[in-house]
Design a protein around this ligand. Structure first.
Ligand code: ATP
Length: 325
């Protein structure tokens, strides 16, 4: 294989640039030319291609976002869109592609592999919602961003004897809430994977107050709201305020969690995964998603990766409950 393409797709995540850099440089090391595809599958269809030499990926390791931009493309899912993509692939002599994104992007990778273009998926998403890997690229940075916010909210919450609810990202997966909650010492962690009771949350708050605690932090994943288990985080705050008689402030962190310089963990993870993708393509292997399990870089078939069930870390959740007594 002499020419490969790389694209980022779906939501952006810190560490995507580190993965792009690893693909380009491992490719160059193996005498492969890398073409950057701008704006995901959309750019593939609309001929937004530019060559990436080893200097083009200099000075990006520490930068959040993605130099290749990212997009969602409905057109790519259609037969006509797929045909356009194949024409561009032929035009540039692209023999293999690395797709950095989430579940949806892997479906696109699978479709290209089926059409004879070996394509490898790398899990780039802050939610940590990909079953075939212990960690996704961007998750570590996102939880560190949340912890930073929790630290600041704790200062002001204790000054005013308040309760602080922090809504974090995580549509179907509560990992951001769980990990940042445990690292930030939250009293309660509310995730889409487990049911919760407002009364129990209030009981924990009152218990803390009775032994002199000046503040309470509750971390809630947005999926709990999106899946309509509660009518909204603000409403939950009002309910807790009414039940405890204590002042509640709600902070919705939003897109701040998607930005920022990637942590060392994300940079190393992305570098290792990017290198594995190129090694696979070099052997003409496609239709696989790269992951990390027990600190080993692994790869699994796309279909298997898509059907695998994610397991929520119940042990960590229990530990969080014990430690926040
Ligand atoms: P995130 O987790 O950040 O949402 P994602 O990769 O899951 O990332 P999606 O919007 O689901 O984000 O998918 C990104 C792109 O992948 C889509 O815009 C589309 O171009 C392509 N894609 C998604 N699903 C399919 C599919 N079934 N077949 C082909 N391509 C798909």
């Amino acid at each position: 294989m002499k020419t490969i393409g790389v694209l980022t797709s779906g939501g952006d995540a810190p560490g995507m640039n580190a993965a792009i850099r690893a693909v380009v440089r491992t490719g160059a090391y193996n005498d492969m030319r890398t073409l950057g595809i701008i704006r995901g599958f959309n750019g593939l269809i609309h001929d937004e291609i530019q060559e990436l030499d080893i200097s083009a990926v200099g000075d990006i390791l520490h930068r959040g976002g993605t130099i290749l931009k990212t997009a969602r493309s409905e057109e790519f899912k259609t037969e006509a869109g797929m045909q356009k993509a194949m024409e561009i692939i032929k035009k540039y002599g692209i023999e293999g592609i690395v797709v950095i994104g989430g579940d949806g992007s892997f479906r696109g990778a699978r479709d290209l592999s089926r059409l004879g273009v070996p394509t490898i998926g790398l899990p780039g998403t802050i939610d940590n919602d990909i079953a075939c890997t212990d960690y996704t690229i961007g998750f570590s940075t996102a939880i560190n961003t949340v912890i930073d916010a929790i630290n600041k909210l704790r200062d002001t919450a204790s000054s005013h004897d308040r309760i602080s609810i922090v809504e974090v990202m995580g549509r179907n997966a509560g990992d951001i809430a769980l990990y940042s909650g445990i690292a930030g010492g939250a009293e309660s962690i509310i995730v889409p994977e487990l049911p919760f009771e407002t009364d129990e949350i209030c009981r924990r708050i009152i218990q803390g107050r009775n032994r002199g605690k000046q503040h309470s932090i509750i971390v809630l994943a947005e999926g709990v709201v999106l899946n309509k288990e509660i009518s909204g985080t603000i409403e939950l705050g009002k309910e807790i305020e009414a039940k405890t008689g204590l002042e509640v402030k709600v902070t919705i962190l939003g897109h701040i969690q998607r930005g920022g310089s990637p942590t060392a963990f994300d940079r190393i993870l992305a570098s290792r995964m990017g290198a594995r993708a190129v090694e696979l393509l070099k052997q003409g292997i496609g239709n696989r998603v790269v992951g990390i399990r027990n600190n080993h870089i692994v790869d699994v078939e796309v279909e298997e990766a898509l059907t695998m069930k994610r397991s929520f870390n119940q042990d960590l959740y229990r530990l969080a409950q014990i430690l926040s007594m």
